[in-house]
Write a protein that binds this ligand. Structure first.
Ligand code: ISE
Length: 337
């Protein structure tokens, strides 16, 4: 039984805690750390034997803890990964790997120096059945070479502090990792475009929606619309244009209603619920890999986390310059192949 320690039990960390306790075979949570002690204690209260450890470093070093789940604030991911790598413990790290490409590189270098792949990144869409099907079709070559893709990532409503930086490092980063995985290529150019801003944008530091344009090393162009306060629901779209046809991500099945000369299908605003199956599958894959003392090849690695950070850095640079920025990426080192 894999004994897990979780750092951070906010909305997503709590869901990960409950998922491991109730749905994942071969894993259980033995310790939780969070700056909000009262909240952490409330989350673990119904579960016997789960300890609250105030200091995240003490949790990582705790002898009972075999593996760490990092769901704390973004700026802390890098330091907790580095500490767990020192101890050779397996890590599940929510995105981003670090707040900067430089920091992400430090983590990759430390992991390579230790000689063992320890980090699985929380890029959950790699475990979503709809995305898996789309990728399988695109890589099968049945539709010919992929040329262009259009993605949209829409959240119903975001907290007032969400700004242009988090819209990239927290939201656009999903499109960045997903598309690089889907087409099996890395990015060489990135550009940020700010269209006319919606009146629903909650502060002057958020241009909502915004467009991120990406070019891959093979020349594919990918447009990503990032809209964090679209109001109407959680909506994820992806269409890939190939030489001999197009492939589009299906939307989740919902009841189809006809009434009063209207025809509609419902939708959700809950992003965690939308991808619940993907989260379950990524955690089961992680627990199985840790229990077999191996690494889950289907998951995103620290190198993927690094590539995403280099790309988001270039997008942030373009937000300021307005220009197309180079993404300084290369093929992955052999360690990650
Ligand atoms: C959040 O962190 C997620 O991971 C969600 O999937 C995404 O939709 C949201 O924009 C992010 O803030």
């Amino acid at each position: 039984m894999l004994k897990v320690g979780i750092i951070g039990v906010g909305a997503m960390g709590t869901q990960h805690f409950l998922r491991i306790m109730n749905k994942i075979n071969g894993a259980t949570v033995v310790a939780v750390s969070d700056i909000n002690e009262a909240r952490a204690k409330e989350v673990i209260a119904p579960y016997e034997g789960v300890r609250y450890i105030a200091d995240p470093y003490a949790l990582i070093n705790d002898p009972e803890v075999d593996a760490i789940v990092i769901v704390s604030i973004d700026s802390t991911h890098e330091e907790y990964c580095l500490e767990a790598i020192k101890l050779g413990k397996y890590i599940f790290c929510e995105k981003p790997l670090s707040a900067s490409a430089e920091g992400a590189r430090k983590v990759v270098d430390a992991e390579m120096a230790g000689g063992k792949s320890l980090i699985q990144m929380g890029f959950n869409r790699r475990f979503d059945p709809a995305y898996e099907e789309l990728k399988a079709l695109v890589v099968s070559g049945k539709l010919g070479e992929p040329l262009v893709a259009h993605c949209a990532h829409r959240n119903a409503n975001y907290p007032a502090q969400y700004d242009d930086v988090v819209a990239v490092t927290g939201t656009a980063i999903h499109e960045i990792d997903t598309m690089s995985w889907l087409v099996g290529d890395y990015f060489t150019k990135a550009q940020s475009i700010f269209p006319k801003c919606s009146r629903h944008s909650k502060n002057e530091n958020l241009h909502d929606p915004q467009i991120v344009m990406l070019t891959t090393s093979s020349g594919m162009v990918i447009s990503c619309e990032i809209w964090t306060n679209c109001q109407y629901g959680y909506d994820i779209r992806c269409e890939v244009l190939c030489e001999d046809g197009t492939a589009t991500l299906p939307r989740p099945a919902r009841v189809d209603v006809c009434t009063a000369n209207t025809h509609y299908t419902g939708m959700t605003s809950d992003g965690l619920g939308y991808f619940a199956e993907a989260y379950d599958r990524e955690f089961q894959a992680w627990a199985d890999a840790c229990n077999n003392d191996t690494y889950c090849a289907a998951a995103a690695s620290a190198w993927d986390g690094y590539c995403a950070a280099v790309t988001t850095d270039a997008v942030l640079k373009s937000q300021k310059s307005g220009a197309i920025e180079l993404v300084p990426l290369t093929e992955s080192p052999d360690f990650y192949k």
